[in-house]
Design a protein around this ligand. Structure first.
Ligand code: NAP
Length: 270
């Protein structure tokens, strides 16, 4: 029996993955904010499923959830990142951070490093970071990672995707003897809940996009294959099931180290 932990596992692609592994008799821990979604998950899951309510915008909530998971699940086979929330307007978290940066990047940083010990005890451990690998470095504004000068919801998510690529690069570099595989995944445009706080124009665009998007199974089944058979390399990246190179500028090691140092300093102050 495997153990899989899924942030954002109460909806969309994350929920599909949670149900797939519950169906196989694995233990599944999902993290989300909405208690109704959490209750619905636990009712369906029975004894194998656990819902942890946490707002991943908050550093303290991330740390508490990680502690709780460590205490109850000493071995984790797979850690999947699916939490994401679009915001048309810049929002400050309780820590004073831009909210997309906080839950879409910083939370993934905390969970990956925080649960690495439990992952290393599993036979074939993997972190699957579902975001949007492959963009150029220009997708992130390294001089203003909190988007204080300009903010748009799409750009904040685009930047988060780039930061997650660099998170994977730094993670693989920092643990050269580690067995945990880091897998970056772009699922493609998918008809999920696409949760968010939208202005009316963006809401209409998203609704239209959702109507033409592929079904969740088409996005999630290639992720299931990666979870079942993680690639041999410490870091790999996939767009809609197709492997892409992690050797180009977009996965620059120097940029990854700089971002890692920035993140450590930031977390040390919180
Ligand atoms: N759908 C697409 O077209 C698409 C395209 C490219 C990449 N992706 C990536 O695929 C992944 C899954 O996306 P999706 O479309 O399946 O998502 P989704 O249907 O919108 O579901 C998002 C999940 O994240 C949780 N969540 C959001 N903010 C949270 C917070 N602050 N704290 C805790 N949980 C939070 C939600 O739970 P609550 O409702 O309880 O907050 C929900 O379970 C994301 O990483 C996304 O970037 C999706």
């Amino acid at each position: 029996m495997s153990t899989i932990v899924i942030t954002g596992g109460t909806d969309g692609i994350g929920r599909y993955l949670a149900e797939e592994y519950l169906g196989r008799g694995d233990r599944v821990v999902v993290i989300g904010r909405d208690p109704d979604k959490g209750r619905a998950f636990e009712e369906k899951a029975g004894e194998l499923g656990t819902f942890l309510q946490a707002d991943l915008d908050s550093v303290a909530a991330n740390r508490a959830a990680i502690e709780q998971i460590r205490a109850t699940h000493p071995v984790i086979d797979t850690l999947v990142f699916c939490a994401r929330f679009y915001r048309s307007f810049r929002t400050r978290t309780v820590d004073g951070l831009e909210a997309t940066f906080a839950h879409f990047y910083l939370s993934r940083y905390l969970f990956g490093h925080g649960l690495r010990g439990a992952l290393e005890r599993a036979p074939h451990p993997a972190i699957v970071n579902v975001a949007g690998p492959g963009a150029s470095l220009a997708a992130a504004d390294f001089d203003d990672l909190q988007s204080t000068r300009h903010y748009s919801g799409g750009a904040a998510l685009g930047q988060g995707g780039k930061l997650n690529d660099l998170l994977g690069v730094a993670f693989a570099e920092q643990y050269p003897q580690g067995r945990t595989r880091y897998i970056l995944v772009h699922p493609g445009v998918t008809a999920t809940a696409q949760t968010g706080a939208y202005d009316p124009i963006t809401a209409a665009m998203v609704e239209n996009m959702r109507r033409n998007a592929k079904p969740i199974a088409a996005a999630a089944d290639p992720i299931v294959e990666l979870i079942d058979t993680p690639p041999a390399e410490p870091l790999s990246a996939f767009i809609e099931g197709r492997r892409i190179s992690v050797a180009d500028r977009g996965f620059d090691a120097a940029a990854a180290r700089e971002l890692d140092a920035y993140t450590r300093d930031l977390l040390a102050s919180l």
